[in-house]
Design a protein around this ligand. Structure first.
Ligand SMILES: Cc1ncc(C[n+]2csc(CCOP(=O)(O)OP(=O)(O)O)c2C)c(N)n1
Ligand SMILES: [Mg+2]
Length: 818
């Protein structure tokens, strides 16, 4: 139990645009609240007694709990249903966090602060925004319905200004830490100034989110990068989805945070319990609660008054003072006392938040009860529990919401409407301010010059192009930020890093350099650096890319993030990648090296189905170049795509296999086709029976096979696919939009006679290209990799897995010869 943070004094919290002076909330004094609106420059002034403030906040706390309960009830029991599905919603999770959210949104937050709200508090978040006039009643009525308020807060789908999407537990929490890193990145470079650079990044987390390892990966990284101004507020209700969680865990959590230089503030007991502890027998009562197993406490919280009395009498009946304490409480007030945890005690919560005004990262562990104030409080099965219509009716009457006033923001509260309205108008978070920025466009050159070399891999080409951009396109380069989970050098970012250095919040010299030890790599760190080096945790890479990729809307500064990762280890961070895309973050992901073509490194490093990830992941456009001049086009396009209104993120799958580069200057038409998804490397003749379709570095085998097949198929063509993803998407869309011109792949394959056969080949799962047979109903044999890889050289591996010229020739013969 730790309450040392409780400071019985006046707070004076100063921020650039926000002056808040609050006399201690426990005293009888008055609070003067004076706030300057940062954008409008107007001054909203309200002078309210502390009691009046607390009265308003309590009224709002009750209102948001009611609205959350009602929103879910309405969606499940009142709104007509068409499909027999349970709509769901989380009344217990919402009740658990109502006090914390009230304190945050109606008192503590400033417009520049950003919050990741735990997924199952979505109804509470929407209710708060409704009271602040930022959410419509219609959308609340359509909670979890098409076009209505989303089940889990969504940046892109919700209309009420969600800062960070949540849903997959753990990721939103980590996002706040990486967003803080990005905030400091733009601040330290002088790209942004003012309140946007001082905003706090706050996660309101469920306690079970801390079972997710990604949180601890992010915590480690937060320490390495000296993250500031981050709060993680844990709704410690000791329940997850299935059950009550074990007792031992949270003592450990404390150590983990303090070990990472975070401050931990534990909010355990509320004011009633604190008072009770001062009485005779109070120490014993506190010890009893401290020792009470989570499950027992939860069960008693569910059973309520008489059960508390019985249990305490049984355990502490002989302790002096306990009987008197029990006698002084009827069942209802005993229940209120025993469930008076600090996470439901508004004053305790406000004190704690206002007491942490410096920039040290802080974890608040707020003891709460899942379902607090509702009939299933503490019940282990309450996660998906739903109040019955009768229970909702009783609750409605108990808190005095009138029949027909269920959606009314101001009705049936202890506070007069005028007073509440003026209070709401004075809430710091409610002040007009830009919260979604439009960033100016970074100009992208018309073309990048492909590096000169006869034989080169796409990975090497990528490194050269980037280093060249650093040298010859400084304005563009200034906005590029690269990052990698400990594979910077081995993914060929070394040249770029040598030119643009490593980002750190402080200057740190490269000791090897200072000691004059020869190294190809300059590892100097400073706030000027443009590469963020991460430890080996791919999930962190994707969440950092999510944060960097939202720098424009969050901080008003356009960054062009590029993250490199070994292609197979994309799978390690898939959910985080999905999370980044779900929020419409804009970044370039470079997966390299990829496929069997990595050869000697073996099966644990050879990716097999990542192109299918590229095709299947919404919000991500995937390319796989064969040649470096194609990659130049793709990169240039990507920098534009990252900035376009209807743009998105990009995935480039690259290889370490050196290939002879074609001596050519790309025509505008071919440049265009590369970005449409493919082009004829060798045009088919009018009467061909065969086309080879290749993607990526196996183009070499396709060219070889094409040469061998010319005798039998003199008109054979070779189609080079640069993006299975774009081709497939274009084709699919053309099927459902009548009157639209045929898709790019349709036009490409249109030149083939109906009887022609296709042999497709990719160093990845054959399904990536197998669908091409459906475009114009050509017969097809798709070649590719379906088994785990292994060590070998390219000839051996390509032969063993059917990727060599011989396999292509055999497939062509099987397909086209009688
Ligand atoms: C990655 C992931 N796995 C599983 C789930 C399903 N799930 C939803 S809530 C939940 C438990 C949440 O418990 P907690 O975080 O403690 O939230 P609260 O008790 O506040 O509802 C689980 C397992 C999920 N949303 N995300
Ligand atoms: Mg929980």
């Amino acid at each position: 139990m730790m309450l040392g943070w409780r400071i019985e004094r006046n707070y004076i919290a100063l921020a650039a645009v926000d002056v808040v002076r609050i006399a201690t909330l426990r005293g009888a004094g008055f609070a003067t609240i004076k706030r300057m609106s940062p954008s409008a420059g107007t001054t909203v002034q309200a002078t309210l007694s502390v009691d009046a403030r607390i009265r308003c906040l309590r009224a709002l706390e009750q209102k948001i709990l009611w609205l959350a309960v009602w929103m879910i009830h309405h969606a499940n029991h009142i709104r007509p249903k068409r499909d027999g599905l349970k709509v769901g919603g989380h009344q217990a999770s919402s009740a658990s966090v109502a006090t914390l959210m009230t304190a945050l949104y109606f008192d503590v937050l400033r417009p520049e602060d950003r919050v990741a709200v735990k997924p199952h508090a979505s109804p509470v978040f929407h209710a708060i925004q409704y009271l602040l006039g930022r959410q419509s009643k219609e959308r609340l009525e359509r909670f979890r319905a098409f076009g209505g308020a989303q089940a889990y807060p969504s940046r892109t789908k919700d209309a009420d200004d969600v800062d960070f999407s949540t849903g997959s537990v753990g990721l939103g929490v980590a996002m706040t830490s990486f967003a803080a890193l990005v905030r400091d990145y733009v601040r330290l470079k002088g790209l942004a100034s003012g309140p946007v650079t001082t905003g706090r990044m706050i996660a309101v987390a469920g306690d079970a989110e801390f079972d997710e390892g990604n949180i601890f990966e992010a915590l480690l990284e937060s320490m390495k990068h000296d993250i500031r101004n981050v709060w993680w507020i844990v709704d410690y209700n000791r329940q997850s989805l299935d059950a009550v969680i074990p007792d031992r865990f949270f003592h450990r959590l404390d150590y983990m945070f303090t070990g990472m230089d975070w401050r931990v503030i534990t909010l355990k007991y509320g004011t009633l319990l604190e008072k009770a502890f001062q009485r005779r027998g109070g120490d014993a009562l506190r010890e009893w609660i401290d020792a009470c197993p989570n499950s027992r406490y939860s069960a008693l919280a569910y059973k309520a008054g008489a059960a508390w009395r019985e249990q305490i009498l049984r355990d502490l009946g002989d302790t002096a003072g306990i009987r008197e304490l029990l006698d002084d409480h009827d069942d209802e007030s005993l229940h209120r006392l025993m469930t008076n945890l600090a996470g439901h005690d508004l004053e305790s919560v406000l004190d704690a938040f206002h007491g942490a005004m410096d920039d040290q990262p802080t974890c608040f562990i707020a003891y709460t009860i899942k379902g607090y104030g509702l009939p299933f409080a503490g019940h282990k099965d309450n996660h998906a529990g739903m109040m019955t219509p009768e229970q909702v009716e009783i609750f409605r009457k108990r808190i005095g919401v009138g029949d027909g006033e269920e959606w009314d923001a101001f009705a049936s509260l202890d506070v007069p409407e005028d007073e509440l309205r003026s209070f709401l108008a004075s809430v710091p978070f409610a002040q007009p301010a830009t919260r979604r920025y439009q960033a100016s466009h970074v100009i992208v050159p018309e073309a990048f010059e492909p590096p000169m070399s006869e034989a080169m891999s796409t990975q090497l080409g990528f490194g050269r192009i980037l280093a060249d951009i650093a040298r010859t396109h400084p304005d563009l380069a200034d906005r590029i930020v690269t990052t990698s989970p400990d594979v910077t050098v081995s993914t060929n970012l070394g040249g770029w890093v040598n030119r643009r250095a490593i980002f750190d919040t402080r200057d740190r010299s490269d000791v090897f350099r200072d000691e004059q030890i020869a190294s190809a790599q300059n590892w100097t760190m400073s706030p000027k650096g443009q590469h963020i080096e991460l430890g080996i945790a791919e999930s962190n890479l994707f969440i950092l890319l999510a944060a960097l990729g939202l720098s424009a809307p969050l901080f008003g500064i356009r960054l062009l993030p590029i993250g490199t990762v070994y292609d197979p280890f994309i799978n390690r961070g898939l959910d985080s990648l999905n999370y980044a895309c779900y929020q419409d973050a804009r970044f370039i992901l470079v997966g390299t090296p990829a496929g069997l073509s990595l050869a000697p490194e073996g099966g644990a490093h050879q990716s097999v189905f990542t192109p299918l990830v590229g095709m299947g992941q919404p919000g991500l456009t995937a390319f796989e170049p064969a040649y470096v001049d194609e990659l130049c086009e793709m990169l240039r396009w990507s920098f534009e795509h990252l900035q376009a209104d209807a743009g998105g993120a990009v995935y480039l799958r690259l290889s370490t296999r050196p290939l002879t580069q074609p001596a050519r200057t790309l025509t505008p038409e071919i440049r265009h086709q590369i970005l449409e998804g493919g082009y004829w490397l060798i045009e088919p003749g009018p009467d061909t029976e065969l086309a080879i379709v290749a993607c990526g570095p196996v183009v070499a085998e396709a060219i070889e096979a094409h040469g061998q097949l010319l005798e039998d198929f003199p008109d054979a063509g070779l189609l080079l696919v640069t993006s299975p993803d774009l081709l497939q998407r274009g084709w699919r869309q053309s099927l459902t939009s009548s009157g639209a011109p045929g898709s790019h792949i349709d036009q490409l394959l249109n030149v083939l006679p109906d009887r022609a056969g296709l042999v497709t080949i990719i160093d990845a799962h054959p399904a990536t290209l197998a669908w091409l047979g459906a475009v114009r109903r050509h017969r097809i044999i798709p070649l590719g990799v379906e088994r785990f890889g292994q060590s070998g050289d390219i000839p051996d591996l390509y032969r063993a897995y059917g990727l060599d010229a011989e396999a292509i020739v055999a497939a062509a013969a099987h397909l086209c010869l009688p």
